[in-house]
Design a protein around this ligand. Structure first.
Ligand SMILES: CC(C)(COP(=O)(O)OP(=O)(O)OC[C@H]1O[C@@H](n2cnc3c(N)ncnc32)[C@H](O)[C@@H]1OP(=O)(O)O)[C@@H](O)C(=O)NCCC(=O)NCCS
Length: 149
């Protein structure tokens, strides 16, 4: 059964490994960057576990009193298309609404069609494109979802 829980400092190594598996070099976060977003910013983060095994995690940073920025959502390869991402996203959006957030924004690589479809399904709309956002060579789409307050 899938369970959500808060992130602890001792989870960092496993979250780093999962992020490395989810993204190519240059897009995946370093362990220091992940630690920064998880523990040194004002952020919401959650881990999803299936039978105590890491299935995925999500981190969103509060960048202003009314705006959150999705840092990442990572689901383990063997656990995809089972609703783990949806559960993590719904929980973080609920937390964002409770925190008074009016919108959540994100970037996604133009070649990551699966994630784009996931975000559209979660109610995000495309708002623009940033040239060379990843490694100076790969463009990102920007997406936004307005939240009820
Ligand atoms: C994107 C990601 C988080 C989605 O997580 P997930 O647990 O597989 O997603 P869910 O099972 O909750 O999917 C919910 C819905 O989103 C859509 N969706 C999810 N993945 C999709 C894909 N690869 N292609 C098309 N639609 C997709 C579908 O509508 C899906 O519903 P359905 O399975 O009933 O059709 C996951 O694929 C992942 O971790 N990818 C690698 C990391 C990544 O790219 N993260 C985003 C960074 S910007």
């Amino acid at each position: 059964m899938l369970k959500l829980r808060s992130v602890r400092v001792e989870d960092l190594d496993a979250l780093f490994v999962l992020d490395q598996q989810c993204f190519p070099e240059g897009i995946a976060y370093s362990k220091e960057e992940l630690a920064y977003f998880l523990f040194e910013t004002i952020s919401l983060s959650l881990i999803a576990e299936e039978d105590r095994k890491l299935a995925g995690f999500i981190v969103a940073e509060q960048v202003s009193p009314t705006l959150m920025h999705l840092i990442t959502i990572d689901v383990a390869a063997g656990m995809r298309r089972l609703g783990v991402g949806r559960v993590l996203m719904e929980a973080i959006l609920e937390g964002a609404v409770c925190a008074g957030t009016e919108a959540i924004e994100l970037e996604v690589a133009v070649d990551n069609a699966g994630a784009q479809a996931f975000y559209r399904e979660a109610g995000f709309v495309e708002t623009g494109r940033i040239a060379g956002y990843y490694m100076g060579t790969l463009d990102a789409l920007t997406m936004r979802r307005a939240l009820r307050v």
